[in-house]
Design a protein around this ligand. Structure first.
Ligand code: NAP
Ligand code: MG
Length: 503
């Protein structure tokens, strides 16, 4: 398997054994503990990083609290904050190759994908949110029926009333392993635009790019303590952050199961909670759909990042007239797909993140046959070092099969033939999730009707997926609370205050 030589900067970054970022300084964990970091393409340890515990969380939260009221941050003008975010975007673009190589090593994301995505998408998030720095504000309000000083209904301008949008405070951010740089940027960029300070806990499986982002933030001139980065374990560092009384809001992205524990941890002090959780996205393909568009789109929507995306298009309902051609087309792409190491520039699909995740995916595939699911292509673990499984296309009419109902978080797509996509709506919506959904049809009215009736936070028509930093993204049902991206995304990092003055 050919792999490109890694950049000297990346070799140094790995050799340096990265530490925690607290109050603008890199430092070891109080306990001295470290996490081994593996390359999922080879199962080899490539470096280790410090692993934060509750003592480190206490210090990071204290640093973020102090930074929140420090004039260097609190009094920074919106224009200066916007310039800072643009500077971060520029550095992310300049270091695009480093980020792509580190994603390839830490998560197995193919270099060819990482080069176009990691640094570039993260930079787009900082550029977009830079624009919000100078646009977040309140409004004036005309009170409706306030009495004047004599108790009578006021006539004329007896009051001056307005609202303010203020930063919510210190934000705890917990992210999963998939696209770690983009995940971090999706939260840090709006949080910084709103004027918050941050303690970020990356996933134990993929902390490297969030740590390199920390270097970029310091180089760009983010004041000490405004962003603190604590790699560590979920049940220790993550749980301590979610429960910490010094945190005003938790933004969590991860599984629905851990999302529930975050809610429980946050409930005693009623800190604000935003959740971006799992999904099992349905895609409806009508008989009149343009298959030349639908086929590559479906393949992209499930095989990108080896299916480890919350909005993976995992459950297809296709009208019988086109179902065979559709399945055949997606299966052909799957068969030709080059599965290989992150650092192999020819790889189109990399490994899963861990041996545990690979075994989870394989267990779904192993039980599929007994549940009336026929595997058209793929269906097995690939026998080589690293955590590889075959891109898999399956067909079934059993709506109760585990592969149809549960989030697999792997490269597995199921197709169910249906008589009419409108009748498949009930099946599409029969899930506890509601993150995203897709529709392929040439019939405009049908597209809009289905978009209205699908129970999902995002519906993408005639291409899948279509995620954009300006469009709100988040879940219905158990896929989450709140929205990221767009105006809603940045306002999620603010509190709304009403001010009324008697004249
Ligand atoms: P996960 O197990 O829920 O972990 C997510 C993060 O939470 C990790 O940093 C994890 O630390 C931490 N964590 C674990 N236990 C915790 C606890 N008790 N308290 C606080 N934090 C804790 O999720 P995952 O398996 O890494 O990621 C896959 C899931 O994320 C999928 O369900 C996927 O759909 C979802 N996801 C959703 C979105 C979205 O935007 N909606 C995006 C991406 C992924 P460790 O690393 O130590 O486990
Ligand atoms: Mg890793």
């Amino acid at each position: 398997m050919f792999q490109i030589p890694i950049l000297p900067e990346v070799s140094r970054f790995l050799a340096d054994r990265q530490q925690l970022l607290i109050n603008g300084r890199w430092q070891p964990a109080a306990s001295g503990e470290t996490l081994p970091i593996k390359d999922p393409s080879s199962d080899e340890v490539i470096t280790e990083v410090s692993s934060a515990g509750s003592e480190d969380v206490d210090r990071a939260v204290a640093a973020a609290r102090a930074a929140f009221t420090n004039p260097a941050w609190r009094r920074m003008t919106p224009a200066a904050r916007a310039r800072l975010l643009i500077r971060i975007a520029e550095l992310l673009e300049q270091r695009g190759e480093q980020f792509a190589q580190i994603d390839a090593l830490d998560t197995g994301l193919p270099l060819a994908l990482g080069r176009g995505m990691s640094g570039a998408v993260a930079a787009a998030m900082f550029r977009y949110n830079a624009g919000w720095c100078e646009r977040i504000g309140g409004r004036t309000v005309t009170p409706s029926s306030l009495p004047d000083e004599r108790g009578a209904e006021a006539v004329g301008p007896a009051y001056h009333a307005y609202t303010l949008r203020q930063p919510v405070g210190v934000v705890g951010i917990i992210i999963p392993w998939n696209f770690p740089l983009i995940m971090a940027a999706a939260k840090l960029a709006p949080a910084l635009a709103a004027g918050c300070t941050i303690v970020l806990k990356p996933a134990e499986n993929a902390p490297l790019n969030p740590l390199l982002l920390g270097q970029v933030l310091l180089e760009a001139g983010v004041p000490d303590g405004v962003v603190n980065i604590l790699p560590g374990l979920g049940h220790s560092a993550g749980a301590a952050l979610a429960a910490h009384p010094g945190i005003n809001k938790i933004h969590f992205t991860g599984s629905t199961r851990v999302g529930r524990t975050v809610i429980a941890a946050a409930q005693h002090d009623m800190k604000r909670v935003a959740l971006e959780l799992g999904g099992k996205a349905p895609i409806l393909v009508a008989g009149d759909a343009d298959l030349a568009r639908a086929i590559p789109s479906l393949a992209q929507g499930i095989f990108i990042n080896t299916g480890q995306i919350c909005f993976a298009g995992a459950r297809v309902y296709a009208e019988r007239a086109i179902c065979d051609e559709l399945v055949d087309g997606v299966a052909q792409i799957a068969r030709k797909m080059q599965v290989g190491a992150g650092l192999d520039p020819g790889s189109q699909m990399g490994p899963l993140i861990s041996a545990q995740q690979r075994d989870r995916v394989v267990s779904y595939l192993d039980s599929a046959g007994a549940e009336g699911v026929s595997i058209v292509t793929g269906g097995k673990r690939i026998d080589r070092p690293g955590y590889f499984v075959e891109p898999t296309v399956a067909v079934t009419e059993n709506a109760a099969a585990r592969v149809v109902r549960e989030e697999i978080f792997g490269p597995v797509i199921t197709v169910t033939p249906v008589d009419d996509v409108r009748l498949a709506l009930a099946a599409a919506n029969d899930t506890t999730y509601g993150l995203s959904a897709g529709v392929f049809t040439r019939d405009l009215a049908r597209a809009h009707q289905l978009a209205a009736e699908l129970e999902a936070g995002s519906v993408w028509v005639n291409r899948y997926p279509i995620v954009d930093v300006a469009m709100p993204f988040g879940g219905f049902k158990q896929s989450g609370w709140g929205r990221e991206n767009g105006e809603e995304g940045v306002l999620a990092y603010t509190e709304h205050k009403s001010v009324v003055m008697e004249l």
